[in-house]
Write a new protein. Structure first.
Lengths: 321, 330
């Protein structure tokens, strides 16, 4: 298999009045054609900033270094007009809040056909037909009528479908979905996850699914990358990661989630404390203050991400959990 | 449990008039946010309230505390109808009933120190306490919720979301209330912090014995913390039962769909799972369907569902369901 996206040694930092915040630290990974990679982490773990760097969407005070290759072509810090030939065309991104990503002044039709006319040189009529067709694919009822509506006339779940339809306009090879269901109710979340699964099967598109909810990833992801304080804590195939987490943080996350399919008596196991401030990182392992397995070496030496089995790596000094 | 209820809500309705825009003012429409809800809350019990956004769960929580006026029905607190009390009498009752909000930072006054925030309800109801007594009580409370005593002079913005929620909990608990309405108290928090706050609430309940109304859209958290669970849809109760029944033997098709929609962090189970995917979204509360409000999305709907709203009927002594076709999943 060939990698659609290959990220090597990505470092993303932001300069702020209080000093430099290193949001992403030496992160490397790749996404193969047709696979879904889940990226899990809590707020501030750097999971979104990786892909903002990839898409060239960092805030003005942000800087990304390293290498990002899309199908073998270096795209990190590319000039805007060069980047525009790839983003939105071959890879597109959907966000948590569709209302802020859609233009409230333009009808859905206008927003969708514009993309097709610019990027694919379609005529107005052909573009409209294609847009309606895509709204059908994302299961918007009465697409032919609704395509003329404005974003505010749609419900939250429908807007997210419109966003997905727009992201699919140019038949991208990679879809980056940043918390696509976080703002939605569970029943609507189930609809969107079903839709993403269907698109994955039918189009063979690769998906990067960014979320804080391990449950959301379980049904979709082939592989999972767990982020903590700007670094990769663990990377594994989905099955083994959920069954036998090898990093104490992954284990802690899984144990601290109440599960609907089992009732646990009394207390949840928790991860004590809070994630570190990225401006004042502890020496050694960034997780050690919250880790119940921490020992001397964890304070002295920062654990590097190392391969522990086929397709599996973790950044932890412990041999096994 | 055979003890008398702490709180008894009887056929409570909260309706809002929404004026339709127009130069001469159009006809007013009515949103029935809460429409005939009845339930009891026992001392020391946690009742979970679940449902999608717009189902009326927060409105219900607020009407129970009389933070919103009731359109009809009664909220009986230890034998007295709260909505019949005058302002001063109600003020006295508030000592025993508190609320915790979803966004911890937005619900704390940014210009007050942590000490002042937590002390405020205490001094309102105990004006005779000396400053030292107040300070001691505040420090005790801070220790109980896991805040450090030396943080007493800090301001809310210096705290993370999880810590700020601890401040909100300390403020709610300082008068040892008998009931706390928790309105999505962990929804804004990260997973690892969520578990800390859920444990804290359960520990405090164990120690102090208050009742909780726990409002959340997260069914897994509700399952963990609640003794009983009530499922709402467009302002009406669909099902109410003890925790184990609602999750292992749900009888209402809506509860079944909600349960099956919750993703489980286990790839094998997720792939095997027979998910009931509901069609469409919640209907507009301005124009709810006739009969049973859920019928437009219900896989079991028949003719009668469009005509008659089913009554909430007992399936067992602790399990009530409002559905013409109640029963285990197909």
């Amino acid at each position: 298999m060939t990698a659609i996206l290959d990220v090597r040694n990505l470092n993303t930092s932001f300069s702020t009045p209080e000093g430099t915040v290193r949001a992403v630290n030496d992160v490397s990974f790749s996404i193969e054609a047709g696979e879904t990679l889940g990226i899990v982490g809590e707020s501030g773990s750097g999971k979104s900033q990786i892909f903002m760097s990839v898409m060239g969407l960092l805030a003005k005070n942000g800087r990304a270094e390293g290498s990002v290759q899309f199908k073998g072509k270096e795209i990190l810090n590319l000039k805007v007009d060069e980047l525009n030939k790839i983003r939105g065309v071959k890879m597109s991104m959907i966000f948590q809040d569709p209302m802020t990503s859609l233009n409230p002044y333009l009808s859905v039709k206008r927003q969708m056909t514009e993309v097709l006319e610019t990027h694919r040189g379609m005529s107005q009529d052909a573009a409209l037909t294609a847009a309606v067709n895509l709204l059908d694919i994302v299961q918007i009822p009465e697409a032919r009528r609704r395509v003329h509506m404005f974003p505010h006339e749609f419900s939250g779940g429908m807007r997210q479908r419109v966003m997905i339809a727009m992201a699919l306009l140019c038949e991208p090879e990679l879809l980056i979905a940043d918390e696509p269901t976080t703002a939605l109710d569970v029943t609507v979340q189930a609809q969107i996850l079903d839709l993403l699964g269907k698109l994955k099967r039918e189009t063979g598109m690769a998906i990067a699914l960014i979320t804080h909810d391990l449950g959301v990833i379980a049904g979709l992801a082939n592989r999972v990358m767990v982020m903590y304080a700007g670094e990769v804590a663990e990377r594994a195939n989905a099955g083994p990661l959920f069954k036998t987490p090898q990093h104490p943080y992954t284990q802690g996350l899984l144990r601290s989630m109440p599960r609907l399919d089992e009732h646990r008596a009394n207390r949840l196991q928790t991860i004590g404390g809070q994630p570190p401030n990225l401006q004042h990182l502890p020496d050694g392992c960034r997780f050690r203050d919250r880790c119940s397995y921490a020992f001397d070496r964890c304070a002295a030496e920062q654990p590097l991400l190392r391969t522990i089995a086929e397709g599996r790596a973790k950044a932890c000094h412990l041999e096994a959990l | 449990m055979s003890t008398a209820p702490l709180l008894s809500v009887q056929d409570l309705k909260v309706h809002f008039d929404v004026s339709r825009k127009g130069l001469f003012g159009g006809p007013t429409a009515v949103v029935k946010a809460v429409d005939g809800v009845t339930f009891d809350l026992r001392p020391g019990e946690t009742l979970g309230l679940v449902g999608e956004s717009g189902c009326g769960k927060s409105t219900l929580g607020r009407a129970v505390l009389r933070l919103l006026p009731a359109t009809a029905g009664r909220v009986v607190w230890l034998g007295e109808d709260l909505h019949a009390l005058d302002h001063g009498e109600m003020q006295q009752k508030r000592r025993d009933m508190q609320i915790i909000f979803q966004d911890p930072l937005a619900s704390l006054n940014p210009r007050m120190t942590v000490g002042q925030i937590i002390a405020e309800p205490l001094t309102v109801f105990n004006p005779n306490l000396s400053r030292q007594q107040v300070k001691d009580r505040v420090r005790q409370m801070m220790a109980k919720v896991g805040l450090l005593p030396n943080q007493i002079n800090r301001y809310p913005h210096e705290f993370s979301g999880g810590q700020a929620q601890r401040i909100g909990i300390a403020r709610a608990m300082i008068n040892s209330p008998r009931m706390i309405v928790c309105d999505e108290p962990v929804s804004a928090l990260d997973v690892s912090i969520q578990a800390q706050i859920v444990n804290l609430l359960m520990d405090l309940q164990h120690e102090m014995g208050m009742s909780l109304i726990f409002i959340s859209h997260n069914l897994s958290v509700v399952r963990h913390i609640s003794h009983r669970v009530m499922v709402l849809y467009l302002g009406k109760v669909m099902e109410i039962a003890d925790r184990d029944s609602i999750y292992s033997n749900p009888l209402h098709p809506y509860t079944q769909a909600l349960n099956s929609a919750v993703p489980i962090p286990d790839p094998d189970l997720e792939k095997q799972k027979n998910r009931i995917v509901l069609k469409g979204d919640l209907p507009s509360p301005l124009n709810p369907p006739s009969g049973c409000p859920f019928r437009t999305r219900c896989p079991r709907a028949t003719e009668i569902c469009a005509q008659v709203m089913p009554d909430l009927l007992p399936a067992s002594s602790s399990h009530y369901v409002a559905c013409h076709h109640a029963g285990p999943p197909d």
